[in-house]
Write a protein that binds this ligand. Sequence first.
Ligand code: NDP
Ligand code: KPL
Length: 281
Amino acid sequence: MANESTAAHIAAEGIRVESDTFGGFSTRVTALPSLEHSPDASGGHGHVVFVTPKATALGAALDRVNADALASAVVVPLLNGFEHMEVLRRRFPAAYVTGAAIHVGAARVAPGHIHHTSPYTWVEIADSDAPADRIAELTAALRGTGIGVELGASEGRVLWEKYGFLLPTALVCAHSGLPIGRARVDHRADMLSLVAEVTAVADARGVPLDTERIIAMADDRPADTKPSMLFDRETGRPMELDPLGGALLRAGERAGVDTPVTARMVADLERINRAATPAAP
Ligand SMILES: NC(=O)C1=CN([C@@H]2O[C@H](COP(=O)(O)OP(=O)(O)OC[C@H]3O[C@@H](n4cnc5c(N)ncnc54)[C@H](OP(=O)(O)O)[C@@H]3O)[C@@H](O)[C@H]2O)C=CC1
Ligand SMILES: CC(C)(CO)C(=O)C(=O)O
């Protein structure tokens, strides 16, 4: 599923991938701009649906899918953040919406053309009420392609462990305009404050995070790692500021936890976002 022009491009040319890990290849796939009916006789019941737009485009992307066509599909969102889970559950009440997080660096450089930039690629799939045999089938299919899969943690843990690492690194890199290797040294105080804020909010929500582990993850990432938020800033695309940063401000306010460094960085980046992506007339 893709928007009209990308779906037409992929249907004609396939998807092109360049990756140090997986090599360079093109693959032909069916691509459609909308899904009205189940694509096969299963009535949607056997399907797995990965949800992968930016959070800023989630509503528009979901409008392309008739919920009846998904029926009891297993829906696996790979977005960063946590607020999308409720949106998906409301849209697809009969589906098994399953918490997940992906650890990868990848950039869509043109329609249907992906650069996979990280030496790592793994997915965490949270415990859910999805039938175990369908999750086992999905896990085997992913592992069969060389993508790592981790299972067995709660939804809150899977989403917040990724988010607890992602938000501080994304904000500090996008704010400074630097990849992680420089940002974690030159802007360390901000990064540590952001980690403290996100872990305090997670704690208040009953998902204690290991602060030292998050900092170690940020320190271990290859120095040239660019969070997708930095890539978006560099290419003048809308950054996921409200779905990632705004979400922490909302959750912090509800939990009575102060998040001043997140608030400052989100406000600065919102000004940059508005200048780079002026609202449509
Ligand atoms: N990039 C990364 O390394 C990582 C990203 N993430 C998370 O994954 C999510 C996706 O990010 P990312 O892959 O970087 O985003 P991209 O912008 O690279 O890709 C999003 C895709 O969604 C498509 N899309 C946008 N709007 C619509 C729409 N209305 N209908 C159908 N398709 C649409 C875009 O189509 P088109 O090609 O036509 O523009 C594009 O191919 C985000 O939540 C991000 O935080 C998580 C881990 C790593
Ligand atoms: C930081 C990174 C590249 C790590 O996987 C990421 O998840 C993102 O930018 O969305």
